[in-house]
Design a protein around this ligand. Structure first.
Ligand SMILES: Nc1ncnc2c1ncn2[C@@H]1O[C@H](COP(=O)(O)OP(=O)(O)O)[C@@H](O)[C@H]1O
Ligand SMILES: [Mg+2]
Length: 441
């Protein structure tokens, strides 16, 4: 359904800047329209009527002169007088009869006003032509013995202050608009920066302390944001520190258990214990890798093709079927080891849960895209978010076969976000899962 509300939403500006400008500018325009209307209705009309009456008076005077000075000589003198004193040039057509002396229905404002003024003064049939010439208005008046033909300058009927006034209005509103725009932009910039910082924090990137700036409300929001950011970072670091501590402490007794198991010999129960201990060790290594993070590693120019080839080669050595294709220039600045772990987590998931993996890397205009496909069971759409959570596993058994601790995707996502990239899961054309990474170049 197409409703008015939706239409409004579509037409009205979406940004804060656009909206605040609209709030400032629309009353301004309304005010201008209103005052222009008042100006035209009152002032301009009055002025036009007075000017027309002035000209009509002069024409009436010329007619009196003509009447009192009959004959060609007298007319000559009267017209000379009118030209010098009234700026109205005249001529006389003897015995002529005026046609079409009725008012034109589509006459302009000027013509109407002038006709009224002239009719009031002269009480004679007349024809006004205000359209044929730019600078002049032609007036023909029927006199008893012929037609009086007059050319009056348009200037006498028109004031240029009208245009001046409109120009002033439009000019001043444009200036006002520009000033408002500059000031509003400055007010809105800190809000935009805050939004960008919040977005980055939400995506798990490192965010600097936000500098306080702008209006009180924005500063309040910024202070709250900084506090939230600090608390988040403290919580995350406390958690990872604890995890690192626990994992590290578990290592020592695990090593001792391994030694004792080695001395126990090869009974079936000892073997089971050994497998359990090996699994525990792998888990502890996983926790440690997660807790350590790769945050401190420096960024280097790396060719992603080589990096992915390494990972793929390692997976093939472990007996997996992995295809690899790469397209375009794949060099970018990354934390190499971190990214290697990230990609290898995805590849090992694909080989663990499927029988075949396809890795492809392609250069797009603004980013490099890496996809890992497999032919395994895939992940149902509604679990796509869940599996990124730490320790989230769909396979509850934690068995040795698929043995992981549910940190692989978490580490991968952290790493991608630390590079300003995105990671997403979808269904693969191979039938299993597709993991897609986009890294900005
Ligand atoms: N390629 C895949 N195919 C099917 N399921 C997958 C795939 N990758 C990950 N998963 C599911 O997502 C869960 C989380 O993966 P991950 O974070 O790598 O942890 P782990 O592999 O250690 O279990 C896995 O337990 C598995 O259930
Ligand atoms: Mg995994």
């Amino acid at each position: 359904m197409f409703s008015i509300g939706k239409l409004f939403k579509r037409v009205l500006p979406q940004t804060l800047l656009g909206r605040s400008l609209l709030i400032i500018v629309s009353p301004l325009i309304l005010l201008q329209i209103f005052s222009t209307w008042v100006f035209f209705e009152r002032h301009w009309d009055t002025v036009a009527i007075r000017l027309a009456r002035g000209l009509a008076g002069d024409i009436a005077a010329t007619m009196v002169l003509l009447r009192e000075n009959p004959g060609p000589k007298g007319r000559e003198a009267a017209f000379t007088f009118a030209t010098t004193h009234f700026q109205v040039r005249g001529s006389f057509k003897e015995k002529a009869i005026l046609k079409n002396a009725t008012p034109r229905p589509n006459a302009g404002r000027l013509e109407r006003v002038l006709r009224k003024a002239l009719s009031d003064r002269t009480k004679r049939p007349l024809v006004i032509d205000a359209d044929s010439f730019d600078r002049d208005v032609i007036i023909d008046i029927q006199l008893p013995d012929g037609v009086l033909h007059l050319i009056a300058p348009r200037k006498r009927l028109f004031t240029s202050t009208t245009y001046l006034f409109i120009g002033l209005m439009v000019g001043s509103s444009l200036i006002l608009f520009a000033v408002a725009m500059v000031f509003m932009r400055n007010q809105i910039r800190p809000i935009r920066r805050l939004a960008a910082a919040a977005d980055a924090l939400g995506k798990g990137r490192d965010v600097e302390v936000f500098r306080l700036q702008g209006a009180t409300e924005v500063r309040q929001a910024a202070t709250a944001f900084n506090r939230m950011r600090d608390r988040l970072q403290r919580q995350v670091s406390q958690r990872t520190e604890m995890l690192a501590g626990v994992s590290h402490d578990l290592r020592t007794p695990l090593t001792r258990m391994k030694l004792q198991l080695a001395m126990l010999g090869d009974t079936p129960s000892a073997q089971e214990l050994k497998a359990d201990v090996a699994e525990m060790e792998r888990m502890v290594e996983g926790y440690l890798a997660f807790a350590r993070g790769e945050g401190s590693e420096p960024v280097t120019r790396t060719n992603l093709r080589d990096l992915v080839e390494d990972v793929v080669a390692a997976a093939r050595r472990a007996g997996n079927m992995v295809d690899f294709t790469a397209e375009g220039d794949l060099t970018l600045s990354v934390r190499k080891e971190g990214l290697r772990r990230c990609i290898s987590n995805l590849v090992s998931n694909a080989t663990q849960y499927g029988t075949r993996a396809v890795v492809s890397t392609i250069r797009k205009p603004d980013f490099i895209e890496l996809t890992v496909d497999d032919d395994g069971p895939g992940i149902p759409e509604k679990m796509h978010e869940t599996v990124f959570r730490p320790f989230a596993r769909l396979d509850q058994s934690r068995n040795v076969e698929t043995g992981g601790v549910g940190l692989g995707l978490t580490i991968a996502r952290d790493m991608v976000h630390a590079h300003g990239g995105e990671i997403a899961l979808s269904d693969s054309p191979l039938g299993g899962l597709r993991a897609r990474i986009r890294l900005p170049v």
